[in-house]
Write a protein that binds this ligand. Sequence first.
Ligand code: 6PG
Length: 256
Amino acid sequence: MANIANSEVFQVPNFKLQVMTKEDIHIYQSPEDLANSFAHKLMIWVKEHPEEKFHLAISGGKTPDLLFAALADKYSQSPIWQKVNFWWVDERMVPPTHPESNFGVAQKLLFSQISIPEDNIHRIKGENNPQEEALSYSSQILKNLPQSENLPVFDLILLGMGDDGHTASIFPDQMDLLESDHICEVATHPVSGQKRVTLTGEVINSASKICFLVTGKEKATRLKEIVSRSSDASLLPAFHIKNAHWYVDLAVAQRN
Ligand code: 6PG
């Protein structure tokens, strides 16, 4: 079990939290400390969850890798995997065996190390036609999740943030996906042109709990823009995710 004392939140004196309260942002010495501490918190949240299923939507990219490794290393035999239902915030539209598949990475680092019912894993099928898959995944979500105000409610959504301020696969040049009335949409990576299926902003914001996991100094500028609500912040998709809790490492939290 991770020793929480070793990964206590660090208060970085020169990190001004003009808008977000200190409860919203948790700063860790290193990405490893963050991953170990967050894994422990996740276990507690799932255990304390009163319902039979815990619907967790995870993001892709590199940041979750350490969390997957911490979960596999410390909790591989935990019974909570019977309860956790894994969903994806977004997926690159590539086959699951492709190195860029978000599901493929989670399969390799986590699912292959734990005993979890196959029915608990609800992947976006990257090998399918993007538009068709967006519709199919949306109907899976509607079939399995509770709703509030006509929106599906995830128990927890884990988000990352790119150094351009994107989150999920909602990029700064596709801000309309924040207000889409569809559960999922097809997005296009602005540089590679890669097609993605992504949850839309309203669905993300309807989650019971939203946590950003952000590490690396290359994201420090964006984080500072968001927490200080600078004039540029509204151009960043991540800024429009409300009531989120931020778990960050020292590198991203220090004033650049
Ligand atoms: C994806 C993610 C994306 C990611 C950010 C941060 O599929 O790429 O969902 O939103 O969270 O790009 O990625 P890193 O963790 O690699 O910095």
